[in-house]
Design a binder for this molecule. Structure first.
Ligand code: GLC
Ligand code: CA
Length: 567
């Protein structure tokens, strides 16, 4: 694996609408981000990915872009963007934008032109197909529910394809003109000084062009869009072309959002020959899912989390660096989702932070994770904004689940859990806005906010800072970033343990994921304590030398990073 400039960084995702409102209209904006750059710097962040800020009708919160070359007025102006880039650069923070090119908005000029003349050149920018006697061409289901096909207004038997909402028509990547337009736009942004892109839903750009039915997987007679993807061949040609024509000339950082790939394919995606620099490791987030939808989802244990991450690292660490997340704008808050109920406190939150940040890979934090923000309790479906949640709520009702129960399920899995405004202080609306926030703030902001945790040495925030700083630490940095990850004590339940073997230093990471104390034995001699979530002045008292190594007594939910001799 070739060394890259971003390997020892820590990245941070900003969901701009909910990060910081600077002008009091209740919507986060670019000036709000500028205001908080010092905060991010102080936290130790080196890369910031901002979810879409392009011009958009916001049917899917900016993931429906109507102009790739404009900033949406809700977020500010292009001058604000230029200033953000300048200010970020001063602080050595790289800015990464969202690249949403599987689809655009139905308000985009291209689609508007296609509507006027579906048989003209812009009709070729989309997938427009004839239906079967007024019915959709095939039975694929969109990610947000319903058919992927929508009738073209004014035609009885013409449809356009949308893998997501009907306001997000898919761009036809088979058309070289479309591809060239996209590469041109990418180069334009890179020219401006952004460091790279996060590639949204990127695997969807290649379709099975036969547009045929697959066996239905629900009573609606449709099949998941992902079924089709398994038959789509040739996505790599597009991705390599995009890399050569758009990213490589700028040495851009690229991180792909993709699910469902086989381990043996990883080399094609990341590492020296891969089409991206990195991809997110979604392995734990995929566990417990059911093809029926959220209502049928199973809670997974921290041991399952451990096993799947170990499996994923066993393959990836030889090839390249994937990005580790516990949450993002599409997932519930990690601390609410993965920690057992009795561990959902500061100690448990630090433990989860420790596991995630010490695992081989690029740590990718999501705004608010660093203070341990939690899921929101929605008191009515009216409080929910997200298009996908509203669909899943309907799916649950259709399966005979009562409204209260459906709301409870939604409160666990809704994308709005992580989209509530950032909790900066205990001021009204968590200090996020002086106006009315576009989405309700989580009611726990009075106790849970940045201001309360800043400067408090034993806060979750301080622990994150400490873990982040380890990546660039002169003594331990090499082991934390490049050290080989080797599982240990995997036979234990409610436990996560692994070594990180660097060139000179060996670290032992231990997490007792239960409220009961326990003691564990390892064959290496412990030399010292590097981090401990149970005390800021780590001592070595809990470690006992044994004949063939060390025995370590651990408190409930204790997390330790120990330095051991190299064996
Ligand atoms: C990605 C985004 C998600 C969006 C979807 C469609 O999965 O992360 O928020 O809804 O793509 O663009
Ligand atoms: Ca604003």
């Amino acid at each position: 694996m070739k060394k890259r400039w971003w390997h020892d960084k820590t990245a941070y995702q900003i969901y701009p609408k909910s990060f910081k409102d600077n002008n009091g209209d209740g919507i986060g904006d670019l000036r709000g981000i500028i205001e908080k750059l010092d905060y991010l710097k102080e936290l130790g962040i080196g890369i910031v990915w901002i979810s879409p800020i392009y011009k958009s009708p916001f049917v899917d919160q900016g993931y429906d872009i109507s102009d790739y070359y404009a900033i949406d007025p809700a977020f500010g102006t292009m001058e604000d963007m230029d200033e953000l880039l300048k200010e970020a650069k001063k602080r050595d923070i790289a800015i990464v934008m969202d690249l949403v090119v599987n689809h655009c908005s139905d308000q985009h000029e291209w689609f508007q032109k296609a509507l006027k003349d579906p048989f003209g050149p812009y009709g070729e920018y989309f997938y427009i197909r004839e239906g079967k006697d007024g019915n959709p061409p095939c039975n694929w289901r969109s990610y947000f529910g319903g058919s992927v096909w929508e009738k073209l207004p004014g035609y009885d038997n013409l449809f356009y394809l949308h893998m997501f909402a009907k306001e997000q028509p898919d761009l036809n990547w088979e058309n070289p003109k479309v591809r060239q337009e996209i590469y041109k736009m990418i180069r334009w942004w890179l020219e401006k000084g952004i460091a790279g892109f996060r590639l949204d839903a990127i695997i969807n750009i290649k379709k099975d062009l036969r547009f045929v039915d697959f066996p239905a997987d629900r009573e609606d007679g449709m099949c998941a869009g992902t079924t089709m993807l398994a038959y789509a061949r040739g996505v790599m040609d597009f991705l390599q072309e995009m890399k050569q024509e758009a990213f490589a000339p700028y040495d851009a950082f690229t991180i792909g959002e993709l699910f469902d790939f086989r381990p043996q394919e990883l080399k094609r995606y990341i590492g020296n020959e891969g089409c991206f620099e990195s991809i997110f490791d979604f392995s734990p987030h995929l566990l417990g899912a059911s093809e029926n939808g959220w209502y049928d989802r199973r809670k997974i244990s921290m041991d399952e989390f451990r096993d799947t991450v170990f499996e994923s690292k066993a393959v990836s660490q030889e090839i390249g660096m994937m990005a580790n997340i516990i949450e993002n704008h599409d997932e519930p808050r990690g601390v609410s989702r993965y920690l057992p109920k009795d561990g959902q406190n500061d100690r448990g939150k630090k433990l989860l932070a420790g596991i995630s940040l010490m695992t081989f890979g690029l740590p990718f934090l999501y705004q608010g994770q660093e203070i341990g923000m939690t899921n929101k309790r929605f008191s009515s479906i009216e409080e929910v904004d997200d298009i996908s949640t509203l669909d899943e709520y309907q799916v649950a009702l259709e399966h005979g689940i009562g409204e209260d129960e459906a709301l409870k399920i939604v409160s666990e899995m809704s994308r709005d859990n992580a989209r509530t405004p950032m909790q900066w202080s205990d001021d009204e609306h968590g200090g996020f806005t002086e106006g009315n926030p576009w989405l309700l703030v989580n009611e726990n902001y009075k106790e849970l906010n940045v201001k309360e945790q800043e400067g408090r040495e034993d806060s979750v925030l301080s622990f994150y800072k400490k873990l982040i700083a380890l990546r660039t630490d002169s003594e331990y940095g090499e082991a934390v970033v490049y050290g080989k990850q080797e599982p240990v004590l995997t036979e234990l339940q409610n436990f996560t343990g692994f070594y990180r073997r660097g060139k000179e230093k060996t670290l032992l990471v231990l997490a007792n994921v239960q409220k009961e104390k326990r003691s564990v034995s390892v064959t290496a001699a412990v030399k010292g304590v590097v981090a401990d979530n149970c005390g800021m002045e780590p001592g070595i008292e809990a470690v006992e030398k044994t004949e063939d190594g060390s025995r370590i007594s651990m408190e409930g939910y204790q997390f330790l990073i120990l330095e051991t001799e190299n064996i």
